[in-house]
Design a protein around this ligand. Structure first.
Ligand SMILES: [Cu+2]
Length: 266
């Protein structure tokens, strides 16, 4: 037992010092802001996120309240359906987990990839189906989705069939800096207006490029599949300024598309 404790503390120390040395990976928990609320007279739903909602990959934290006594409802199973209502039609968008229960942080979490901004073209609503106490309640919450300054979602038609529409969301880096940055993307395709499945089994090539100075960088790791249509790697920026994250996306040996994300940082 003593040996076990000793081993444990050494591992813990390595972990603590290891984290301090890793200056590109601040372990700061981002604070949440309220982005939308709605209720059906009986229960209320509050949506929080780290920023206002944008075209791209958004992590939503949901609180559900019983309006009769303002208590939190923590034992619900929640299903969401985001929907954009446009002039002549409606469509949904990719959701990583359509149904969830309370997580260990005391939140209901959903990862939603909005594919268009709110505006003249149409508006977004999220329908929450909240199942608890033996019944299902529905709450519709209107949400505003902005187009961010730097594009976080790229869509294109497959090079293979010239028909299938793919969507690649840039999840990380969120705030790029000089040196090694986590790189994470998730990929979806539009099977129909109501069906936007994650795409698995892809492979990537990666080339960061500084266009203004016409050079790349060494020590990059192309994103590899981690499940659920997510792919993770490392991108190395050798200096501040403007960078392109050039990706080549393949299915087997076949090119699907070449999304390029651009970022500028100081
Ligand atoms: Cu739309």
């Amino acid at each position: 037992m003593k040996k076990y404790i000793h081993t444990f503390s050494v591992v813990a120390l390595i972990f603590i010092f290891g984290s301090c040395a890793e200056k590109n990976d601040p372990v700061v928990e981002e604070s949440l802001v309220e982005v939308a609320t709605g209720d059906n007279g009986e229960i209320g739903v509050t949506i929080q996120s780290t920023t206002e909602l944008f075209v791209g990959f958004n992590s939503l934290s949901i609180n559900v309240t019983n309006l009769t006594d303002n208590s939190s409802i923590n034992d619900a199973t929640i299903t969401i359906i985001p929907m954009m209502h446009m002039m002549t039609m409606s469509h949904t968008c990719p959701v990583d987990n359509k149904t969830t229960t309370l997580n260990e942080k005391g939140k209901y979490n959903f990862d939603v990839v909005f594919v268009m901004p709110s505006g003249d073209m149409g508006y977004w609503e999220i329908t929450f189906k909240v199942e608890y106490g033996g019944k299902i309640q529905e709450v519709v919450v209107p949400v505003n989705v902005i187009q961010p300054e730097e594009t976080k979602l790229i869509s294109f038609v497959s090079e293979q069939d010239q028909t299938t529409k793919y969507f690649v969301a840039l999840i990380d880096p969120k705030s790029p800096q000089v040196g090694e940055n986590d790189l994470e993307v998730s990929v979806y395709k539009k099977a129909s207006m109501m069906d936007w499945p994650a795409v698995e089994g892809l492979s990537f090539e990666l080339e960061p490029w500084m266009t203004s100075m016409d050079h790349g960088s060494p020590n990059n790791i192309a994103p590899v599949e981690i499940g659920n249509g997510h792919y993770k790697g490392k991108v190395n920026f050798t200096m501040t300024g403007d960078w392109e994250i050039r990706l080549t996306m393949k299915e087997g040996n076949n090119l699907v598309g070449s999304p390029v994300f651009t970022t500028v940082f100081q």
